[in-house]
Design a protein around this ligand. Structure first.
Ligand code: CMC
Length: 429
């Protein structure tokens, strides 16, 4: 904490308070407002947390004005170009890139936790076949507490790391099992000879009747998308994980809550909605009509995959994904009219005064669905793909929070309901 102070004076009462300024290693200086209620008698009001930092973190840095994203100091462009998802997972969890030995040990730990209790498959089979996979994921991940909770001592850092690894390892297995349940396919077990992403694709698409060979183009593309989705500081789902974690709840319950928060269309659910939107637009000639709808204040329609609370510049993940989408389509030898639609939508929006003045740019969800679709991932699984990757961020943030004594998250409110009144018996109302 720096020595800098900001004095806040209430002209009505003449009282003032000196508020310390917290400076991180980068980013805007932040005013600590803790002393305001006790000295001036006011709470502070910030719906949607547009101006409030909820914690100190050393994991991810974003400069929304400049379009910068770094994990533990490493630019996302470098990680996307040179690293792998599991190496990034290690970095996010433990703060440093691993040595060869550290990485081998970590990879082996993750690989040996990929199986799930057989009864979990029975649990999954209880869902209706057309249940949304995100609904299944939230339920199944929450239920992990019923399988592992007793053995876990939350005060033991090794137990906590174990839970974090277990969750990263099991997410693809659970996700694929949910998909297979929907498809009516038998459960596929993990294959420890495959990499993290190969294993996921194998569990998704292999069938007992035929040999399935994972396409390296698909495995590489998904690994890249997982890197880009792994963490994004205090977004809605991560803040949910931290809030639930602040109560002392077990990590499976925290991640299950994170999955539910991610599902919303304003957050990770947008990747599914982008494809549904592009499908509805259907043709280049209709792009203008949808741009007009997005600008119309009386129309609830929003351009999905556009805009971001923090980025007021091109989302750096979107530029990487757009390039990757072109490469994937080219490597698979296919084309997708939706790619042309998406590019036209982007071109028009980036020239339009409405989007320019509000600094609305394509976000991470705009092009990712085009890659998933090209790889045969069904649209309803898009947000599950996001959840698999973001689990690394959720558990890293949860571990960080657990290492620092944190008060229970408990916001206040401005009460605007009725003041005290007398109860009236039903016959007299
Ligand atoms: N289309 C049309 N107008 C928009 C859009 C959009 N996609 N996004 C924001 N606006 C307008 C909004 O109507 C508002 O206008 P005005 O100032 O005239 O009332 C202004 O831009 C600011 O919007 P906001 O909703 O106050 O901004 P926010 O920071 O609260 O919301 C957002 C950010 C991501 C929720 C929003 O941009 C949005 O709904 N985008 C579409 C959904 C989406 O793509 N979500 C994925 C986000 S990135 C990945 C992730 O978080 O998982």
């Amino acid at each position: 904490m720096s020595e800098q102070r900001v004095t806040l004076t209430d002209e009505g009462s003449g009282k003032s308070v000196e508020l310390p300024v917290i400076s991180g290693t980068e980013g805007e200086p932040t005013l600590s407002i803790k002393a305001v209620p006790s000295t001036l008698g006011y709470f502070t009001y910030d719906p949607g947390f547009t101006a409030t930092a909820s914690c100190t973190s050393t994991i991810t840095f974003i400069d929304g004005e400049k379009g910068i994203l770094r994990y533990r100091g490493y630019p996302i462009e470098q990680l996307a170009g040179k690293s792998t998802f599991l190496e990034v997972a290690y970095l996010l969890l433990f703060g440093e890139l691993p040595t060869t030995d550290e990485f081998d040990g970590f990879q082996s730990d993750i690989t040996h936790h990929t199986m799930v209790h057989e009864k979990l498959n029975t649990f999954i089979s209880g869902f209706h076949y057309d249940a949304h996979p995100m609904a299944m994921m939230a339920g199944v991940v929450g239920s992990l507490a019923a399988f592992y909770h007793d053995k876990m001592d939350m005060s033991d850092p090794e137990h906590r790391v174990q839970a974090a690894k277990r969750m990263i390892a099991k997410m693809p297995t659970i996700a694929a099992a949910c998909y297979r349940h929907h498809m009516g396919r038998p459960v596929a077990y993990p294959n420890n000879e495959l990499t993290y992403t190969e294993n996921f694709l194998d569990m998704m698409f292999s069938v007992p009747a035929e040999k399935y060979i994972v396409d390296p183009v698909a495995a590489k593309a998904i690994d890249l998308l997982y890197i880009l989705h792994a963490d994004h500081e205090q977004n809605a789902s991560t803040s949910t994980v931290r809030l639930v974690g602040s109560t002392g709840a077990n990590p499976y319950a925290c991640v299950s809550a994170g999955i539910s928060a991610l599902w919303g269309p304003a957050h990770g659910g947008a990747n599914e909605k982008v494809l549904i939107m592009l499908d509805e637009i259907g043709d280049l000639s209709r792009v203008g009509k949808y741009i007009d709808k997005a600008k119309d204040k009386d129309d609830p329609f929003r351009l999905m995959g556009f805009g971001h609370r923090v980025y007021k510049n091109y989302d750096p993940r979107a530029s990487i994904i757009r390039k990757a989408a072109h490469e994937v389509l080219e490597n698979l030898g296919t084309s997708d009219p939706m790619m042309d639609l998406a590019m036209e939508l982007e071109r028009i929006a980036l020239e339009d005064e409405y989007f320019v003045s509000k600094k609305l740019y394509p976000n991470v969800d705009f092009y990712s669905g085009i890659i998933y679709k090209a790889l045969g991932i069904p649209v309803s699984m898009f947000t599950v793909m996001f959840a698999i990757a973001r689990t690394v961020g959720w558990v890293s943030q949860w571990l960080e929070q657990e290492q620092t004594p944190t008060p229970i998250g408990r916001p206040r409110q401005v009460y605007a309901g009725p003041t005290e009144r007398e109860y009236v018996p039903i016959e007299s109302r």
